[in-house]
Ligand binder design. Structure first.
Ligand code: LLP
Length: 427
């Protein structure tokens, strides 16, 4: 069991030195609670694992996983870089102090004005298609601007079909067969293509696909180096390292993982005589996934054809179970020392039958008013939340050494509707 669960002397769930039940009393539910030290630890464990075997290494945190500005600020302090996928992510990262060379922008299907905006922010541009390259050349003066290309290594993996980003069915990246030509074209257009990027998917616990992807990406890079004369300044293998969500899943052995992958990387650099480009990796989930819990209150216990434990959040608050059928471990935060006595369905408050956090989950006796903690909610939790059913988005609390800070206030009803307006003829 590797789920980072801590129980305090009151028999309550602890997060970052704070009692989750106290937090609920103070801030109400639903509420996301984030442990600052866990984010710092995760970042450093990841950075140290790879830099031990390849010193010219940078972590580009995939901020789509969690864009709370306090989270970004923590990682800025750690000297992490940012993988941004939208102009909004570039905007906020710049505002928080990440310089352009610490932001890699990997947009896909972006508009010309968005290309112009991110280019104006002077970030590293990672291009996903010939179309985007040509439009970029038309809308800016290439002037030797350094760019990279995302390639499809034809290896894909992920915890769900929606999260596989390599292979024939994937909309991402350029094909191996067009790679040499695109790099040549980029040079002709006046760019300085110095990077190659690939990303095979998300939530991957098996180390094998990563090895295949490194091999394949490096074969493409080697060919581009030899045939298009590109000297790579960086190679980026994306993110995707999974975290355990169920009690019987295990994290990859990070040291072995880094050692084996770096050996492969270095062998390929040598094979193609490519020097020592900087290695970029883009973990998202690994950095923030297990840093947070979503706390909810049980507001109904219903004996129907099945037993439903109803809580005050739904898939509008944490979408992963409904969208990917993802398992999130659930504990009763105020009864941590009690054994499971029953199997129940944990249901949300959204008006859809698919709004379930768990089916047939073994849990202790549960009464209305109990606090459930939905674990591993730090990645793709809040960032995928919505106002569906007109529920306000919840607050986010950061905990550091037992002290709690509000890092996002809960929305009010007016926040939900404030951007809407009624035309004159309906007044
Ligand atoms: N780099 C690129 C280009 C990506 O597209 C992604 C994730 C990452 C890095 C980070 O992947 P990670 O290390 O977090 O696995 N909403 C889904 C995950 C979607 C991931 C999209 N791209 C989920 O909740 O599981």
């Amino acid at each position: 069991m590797d789920l980072n669960i801590k129980i305090n002397n009151n028999g309550h769930l602890d997060i970052g030195g704070a009692d989750t039940c106290d937090l609920v009393e103070q801030f109400g539910t639903p509420v996301y609670v984030i442990d600052e030290n866990r984010i710092r630890d995760n970042y450093n464990r990841f950075y140290n694992a790879f830099s031990k075997y390849y010193s010219d290494f940078k972590v580009f945190y995939a901020c789509k996983a969690n864009t709370n500005i306090a989270v970004l600020k923590i990682l800025e302090e750690e000297r992490c870089c940012i993988d941004a996928v939208s102009p909004g992510e570039v905007y906020i990262s710049k505002k928080l102090g990440f310089s352009g060379d610490r932001i890699l922008f990997s947009g896909n299907n972006i508009r010309n004005d968005e290309i112009e905006f991110v280019n104006g922010e002077d970030v590293i541009l990672n291009i996903d298609s010939v179309s985007a390259l040509k439009r970029l050349a038309e809308s800016i003066k290439p002037n030797g601007k350094k760019i990279s290309f995302r390639v499809n290594p034809m290896v894909g993996a992920g915890h769900h079909g929606h999260c596989i980003t390599g292979g024939e069915m994937s909309k991402f990246g350029i094909m191996e067969t067009e790679a040499v030509e695109i790099y040549k074209l980029a040079k002709e257009l006046g760019f300085n293509p110095v990077g190659m990027h690939s990303h095979i998917g998300s939530g991957i616990l098996n180390p094998e696909p990563f090895k295949l992807a490194i091999e394949s990406t490096m074969n493409i890079a080697g060919k581009v180096h030899l045939e298009a004369g590109i000297d790579f300044e960086f190679i980026d293998f994306g993110g995707g390292v999974g975290i355990p969500y169920t009690p019987d899943e295990n994290l990859v052995d990070l040291d072995t993982f880094a050692k084996e992958n770096m050996a492969l990387f270095k062998a390929k650099l040598e094979e193609f005589d490519m020097g020592q480009p900087t290695l970029y990796l883009e973990p998202g989930r690994f950095i923030v996934g297990d840093s947070s819990v979503l706390l909810v209150t049980v507001n109904s216990v219903k004996e129907s054809y099945r037993k439903f434990i109803g809580v005050d959040a739904g898939f509008n608050t944490l979408l992963r179970p409904a969208m990917y059928d993802s398992y999130h471990h659930i504990v009763v935060a105020n009864k941590m020392n009690e054994e499971a006595t029953q199997k129940v369905d944990v249901a949300g408050n959204v008006c859809e039958s698919g709004d379930l956090f768990a089916r047939d989950r073994p849990l202790p006796d549960i009464e209305e008013g109990d606090i459930l903690a939905i674990l591993n909610a730090g990645a793709y939790g809040f960032t995928m939340a919505s106002n569906y059913n007109s529920h306000p988005l919840p607050a986010e609390i950061l905990v550091k050494d037992g002290e709690a800070f509000v890092i996002r206030k809960a929305q009010t009803f007016d926040d939900i509707f404030e951007k809407q307006s009624i035309p004159k003829h309906l007044e």
